[in-house]
Design a protein around this ligand. Sequence first.
Ligand SMILES: Nc1ncnc2c1ncn2[C@@H]1O[C@H](COP(=O)(O)OP(=O)(O)O)[C@@H](O)[C@H]1O
Ligand SMILES: [Mg+2]
Length: 352
Amino acid sequence: MSAVVVQDLVKRYGTLSAIDGIDFEVASGTCFGSLGPNGAGKTTLIRILTGLVKPTSGKAIVAGWDVSKKPDAVRGAIGVVSQAMTTDLDLSGRENLDIYARYYSVPSKERRERIAYLLDRVELSDRAKDLVATYSGGMRRRLEIARGLIHKPKILFLDEPTIGLDPQSRRTVWDLLHQFLQDEHLTIFLTTHYMDEADFLCDRIAIIDRGKIKIMDSPALLKESIPGDDIVEIVTVARQDGMVNPPLAEVVAELSAHNFVEQIIQKEEGPYTEGDATESHHLQVYVSNAAEAIPVLMSSLQKQSLKVQSIGLKQCSLEDVFIHYTGRSIRAEEGHKVNFFIGAGVPRRMGG
Ligand SMILES: Nc1ncnc2c1ncn2[C@@H]1O[C@H](COP(=O)(O)OP(=O)(O)O)[C@@H](O)[C@H]1O
Ligand SMILES: [Mg+2]
């Protein structure tokens, strides 16, 4: 059975389509991630699914109920951890959980047991009596996850669960969610703009950009779906000998003449350690066989008298998947444009 079914969902704010006609299903007992940059529509989507915002059109079925028709039934079956921290600073950790348990009418004996169990699971038992105001960000987030699970929901929704946390706290939250997924017969729906988070936690990922799903698959298949088996990363820098490097178009033409080259992407940011950025290039060359390609690419670059700062083999990451399907980098706030040179046509898995 599907925990979530979304059909042709649209949410407009005036002329802006925050959600622009999306369809997907989330299988029960799995972790589904909506991955996208700022403004992609992730929070809007989670708000629709949790009954906080009405869609303009389309359908969302959550835990078997239509969110628009049975919002109360949906609310009873789900837990929500919103992007902003919402636990009460003036109450202790235990009191925060107790209020929620009462709100969901958890009977008193069960309430005590559930609170003790969850505090233990999120490693806050020894801080349960302390005011949340004294908690670190990571502790507060863990308490919010416990709070979201207080009434044994079928589905837990989390909007950017580790935003703003230090790397170690992020890792703790991941491990926690991973464990809960296994132990609580839970379905998890999360949004994130962190590639590594989606990669670690999610069974399936929908890459979302400007309100649309660009592609949806398991992390492994997403990585397989982009052209080239290997990515050779080349960074060239301005020459020190008074000569100028050949223009980018010439470099690209030379490199793409090799038949093992499937696609070349120019990244806008460095890493340049020397010289003038306008004369420096950061290229990712997607090739079928890096071991064969690297020496040939090196001699091409030498033939053009390019000053190469580095050339190396890069593992395909979800970042590369994201760039391939959206033409933008997720890291930059506004999304840096990247230039595709060859093979940037219809992605293999979408073109069908
Ligand atoms: N209440 C609102 N009124 C008008 N525009 C909104 C509202 N909520 C979100 N938006 C717009 O919808 C788009 C998607 O926003 P959001 O869902 O918050 O994205 P994300 O969570 O992926 O960063 C953005 O352009 C945002 O400005
Ligand atoms: Mg958001």
